[in-house]
Each structure stands twice: as C-alpha cells, then as structure tokens.
Design a protein around this ligand. Structure first.
Ligand code: 13P
Length: 335
C-alpha cells in the first residue's frame, strides 16, 4: 500500500487553500459546450482550449491539481510540451479521468451505470507514465419517480470501490465521485436523503474492498433542491443541510472533500462552499474544497469563443474564478 505517497499527493493538491480544476470533459461533453458558444468542435480546438487553461499565468496560486481527459493528456502545446508537463512545470499536479462514461443500466429505466473497469489496471499504469498522480471516476445517480433504486446505487458504488482499490494499488489517488444530479423537480430534503443513502452505501463498499480511506478524495454534490423544483433555499440552508448530511455519512478518516459544481452558477457554487467553510470549518474533520469544472471555466469559455485574440481575456477570467473558489475554500469569499 502506498499510504504515504497518496497522503502526500492529497496534501499538495489542497495546500494553502488550493483546489482542483476539472478540465476533463469527454469529447462529446466538450463538443456540446463548444457548440453552445459557436466554437468549432475539432481535435485542434479542444487542444487550443486546454492549452489556454494550462498556460494561464498564476493559475497555480489557487489550483493544486487539474483533471485531464484521455485526449488531453496525450496532447501538446504549440511549443511541443505535453499539456501534463506544462501543468506540472506551473506547479499544478496532473490527474486523469479514467471512467468510460455512464451508460443506461439495463432493466432500470432512466438510471445509469458507469463503465470502464475492464483493463483499468493497465490504463492506470499508462497514465502514470504520462505524469498522472491522481484519477477520477464519476458515478451518476438520478432522482425521479421511484428512482434511484437500491440496485443502481449498489452497482455504482461497487464500481467506485473497485476503481479506488486499483488506483491505490498503482499509487494514484482516487477521486471518488458519486454525483447525485441536480436536474429534477425533487426537494432539497429528497436530495439529502438520496445523497446520504449513496454515501453510506459507498463507504460500506470502500471498506469491503479494503480501500484506505486516508488515501482518497471524495468528490460529491452539495445538498440542493432540484433545478426544476421551484424550491428556494438560502445559502445558509444549503450549507447547513450539506454539512449535516456529510457528518452523518462520511468517516472522519477521509482527508478531503472536493465538491463538484453540478450546474450551479459559478457564484452559487462559490457562495455555498464559502458558507460551509465560514460557518463550520472548525467543526469538520475533513478539508472541504472544490473540484469544479463549469463553476471555474464557464466565464472563460464564453469569453474565448475559439479566437486567439480573446485568449488573454479568457485566461484572466479563469484566473479570477479559480481565485474566488480558493477564497471560498478558506471561507473568505467576497461577493
Ligand atoms: P462540474 O463542476 O461542472 O459539475 O464538473 C465537475 C466534474 O468533474 C464532473 O465530473
């Protein structure tokens, strides 16, 4: 077991209030976001965009690690430097998304199972050679009429546990991401219950599969009302429900929780994270930070529009949102 190596990587990722930038959109997801902004959906444009992110001046003041996609970890900058090396040289640890996406769970309408365990041991070794020091696997849990089922949760947390064990065997820190989706008409209370059930099931499986909890990062959703519920909750209510839920389900041994933004606006995600740290930091056993994608990238992508002339402005926006996320990590966000 590589406990000290894993702990050391986690400490570096979160040092001085830094957090993780998720820039690991799969090609279909990245293309969908490019399409929405009129950006051509090509290999080269995706490379340009990831280069823009990796070369943003000062990004390492707020970002300790960046999660890459398979295509990106094999791409190079205009100067022929691998993007992973560019990040490393800037003081940002490269990580890699290793799941193969979520697919329909046969026999369970509207539920998903994440695939990608076959050959994972060998892929992890390859990614390690390319510079990755941590990995990510995302499971998707949907709330709806009669769902999630117990079967869907069990299948997904089992895959997460098998993935996490393989990562630790290879010396990579697993980011364990069970995402309860915000899409839907459910109440915040329902999100609370499903998140708690999912996390309890997850930690039972991690224990069963002999995963060392000191060597993982948990990447969960916050406890929020469904996007189409019409329910309005204050920032403090979200922070309180989220903290209560995690205290009831996440063992104190876990060193760090890094929230995903899940479709909240950049401001909302930062405000919620800020409230959690501002009001509860001293009473929480874990470091509570961020691993945002949209909540850091959105203004940057909108400004870039795929044009070289906009790179500098876009980088400034990325730098700014990363900075604000790091302030929220310390409970010092101003808005
Ligand atoms: P968002 O912050 O956009 O939800 O993305 C985080 C992520 O990495 C999802 O897997």
């Amino acid at each position: 077991m590589h406990t000290s190596l894993l702990k050391n990587t986690i400490e570096q990722l979160f040092a001085n209030g830094k957090g993780i930038l998720a820039m690991d959109e799969s090609t279909p997801t990245c293309d969908k976001r490019f399409l929405a902004h009129g950006i051509p959906q090509t290999f080269e444009m995706r490379r340009n965009y990831r280069q823009l992110i990796a070369t943003t001046p000062g990004l390492n003041e707020s970002i300790g690690g960046a999660i890459l996609y398979d295509e990106t970890i094999k791409q190079q900058t205009n100067n022929g430097i691998p993007i992973a090396t560019e990040l490393l040289n800037a003081g940002i640890i490269p990580g890699i998304k290793v799941d193969m996406g979520s697919k329909a769970l046969a026999g369970f309408p509207n539920e998903m199972i994440t695939e990608g365990l076959d050959g994972l041991r060998e892929r992890l070794a390859d990614y390690k050679n390319l510079g990755a020091r941590f990995a990510k696997w995302r499971a998707v849990i949907t709330i709806g009429d009669g769902i999630p089922t117990k079967t869907c949760i069990e299948a997904n947390v089992q895959a997460l546990a098998r993935y996490a064990a393989l990562c630790q065997e290879s010396g990579l820190v697993p980011i364990v991401e069970p995402e309860v989706l915000m899409e839907g008409t459910h109440s915040m209370q329902r999100c609370y219950e499903v998140t708690e059930q999912t996390l309890k099931g997850l930690f039972e499986k991690l224990y069963q599969y002999r995963v060392d909890l000191q060597g993982i990062i948990l990447k969960p959703n916050m406890v929020l009302a469904g996007k189409e519920s019409g329910e309005k909750k204050s920032i403090d209510e979200v922070a309180e429900a989220t903290v209560k839920c995690f205290l009831s389900a996440v063992p104190a041994t876990v060193p760090a929780i890094a929230f995903l933004s899940g479709g909240q606006s950049p401001q909302q995600a930062a405000q919620h994270l800020n409230a959690i740290n501002k009001s509860y930091k001293d009473h929480l056993p874990w470091n509570v930070g961020f691993s945002f994608a949209r909540a850091i990238q959105q203004p940057c992508l909108e400004a870039w529009k795929g044009l070289d002339a906009n790179v500098e402005t876009a980088q400034k926006l990325l730098y700014h949102r990363a900075k604000l996320s790091a302030l929220a990590h310390r409970g010092a966000y101003k808005f």
